[in-house]
Design a protein around this ligand. Structure first.
Ligand code: SAH
Length: 219
C-alpha cells in the first residue's frame, strides 16, 4: 500500500480527522495506510477521501464517511490483541481498518453480493486476519464469541441483546441507535454483568435489518 497515487489525498483526510478531534494515533495511522479508494466503485474513486462523503456501494448501501469510521474505531478502543466483530461488512473498508489494528476481525453482512465483493477486496490487499460471513448480524456470531469489541455499522432501533451477551468483560459495543433516518452513536462497556452506556455524536446510517433490528421495508 502507499504509493498508489492517492497518498496525498489520504494524508489530507487524516489531517482533517486530526483537526476534528480524532486523537488516537493508531487509528490515524491505520486510516493513512488503508487505500480507501479501493473500496468504492471505480467511477467514484475521486470522492473516496472526502471527509463528509458517504458513497454508494450498490444494493442501496453506503460506505461510511471517514469521520464516522474514525470516531467508531476510536470509541471501540481496540488493541493489537483484540478479537472484533463487525456487523455490516458493506464494502469491507471498516473491516480493513480494524484488521490493521487488531488480531482478528469477524465481519458479517446480510447481502451476499456485498460480502463476496468485500472478501475479494480484503484478499487482494492481503488481509489474512478477517473472516466474512453472510448472516443476520443482529444475532451476533455466537460460535466465535466473546469479542473485545463489536462495531455495528447500520442504524439499530435498539441495542441488539445478543451483541451484549457476546461482549467480553471490559469489551465495548459501538452501535448507532435511533430511528430509520437518524441515530446517536452509542457505546456500551461491559463490566461483568453490568453495562455502562455512553452517547457520542449523531450519525446517519442505513437501517440494520434483522431479527433484533428493523423489518425489511414494506413488510
Ligand atoms: N461498514 C461498511 C458500511 C456498511 S453500510 C463499510 O465500511 O463499507 C451497512 C451494511 O450493513 C450494509 O451493507 C447492510 O447490508 C448491512 N446490514 C444491515 N443489516 C444487517 C444485519 N442484520 N446483519 C448484517 N449486515 C447488515
Amino acid at each position: 500500500m502507499g504509493s498508489d497515487g492517492f497518498a496525498y489525498q489520504r494524508q489530507r483526510m487524516v489531517d482533517a480527522l486530526r483537526e476534528e478531534g480524532i486523537t488516537d494515533r493508531r487509528v490515524l495511522e491505520a486510516m493513512n495506510e488503508v487505500p480507501r479508494h479501493f473500496f468504492v466503485p471505480s467511477h467514484l474513486r475521486h470522492q473516496a477521501y472526502g471527509q463528509d462523503v458517504s458513497i454508494d456501494i450498490g444494493e442501496g448501501q453506503t460506505i461510511s464517511q471517514p469521520r464516522v469510521v474514525a470516531a467508531m474505531t476510536q470509541a471501540a478502543a481496540v488493541k493489537p490483541s483484540s478479537r472484533v466483530l463487525e456487523v455490516g461488512t458493506g464494502s469491507g473498508y471498516q473491516a480493513a481498518i480494524l484488521a490493521t489494528l487488531c488480531q482478528f476481525v469477524f465481519t458479517v453482512e446480510r447481502i451476499a453480493s456485498l460480502a463476496r465483493e468485500a472478501k475479494r477486496r480484503l484478499d487482494a490487499l492481503g488481509f489474512e486476519n478477517v473472516s466474512v460471513k453472510v448472516m443476520d448480524g443482529t444475532l451476533g456470531w455466537r460460535a466465535m464469541a466473546p469479542y473485545d469489541a463489536i462495531l455495528v455499522t447500520a442504524g439499530a432501533p435498539e441495542i441488539p441483546e445478543p451483541l451484549l451477551e457476546q461482549l467480553a468483560d471490559g469489551g465495548r459495543l459501538v452501535v448507532p441507535v435511533g430511528d430509520r433516518g437518524r441515530q446517536v452513536l452509542t457505546v456500551v462497556e461491559r463490566h461483568g454483568e453490568r453495562f455502562r452506556r455512553m452517547e457520542l455524536q449523531g450519525a446517519c446510517f442505513v437501517p440494520l435489518i434483522g431479527r433484533h433490528g428493523w423489518r425489511e421495508e414494506g413488510r
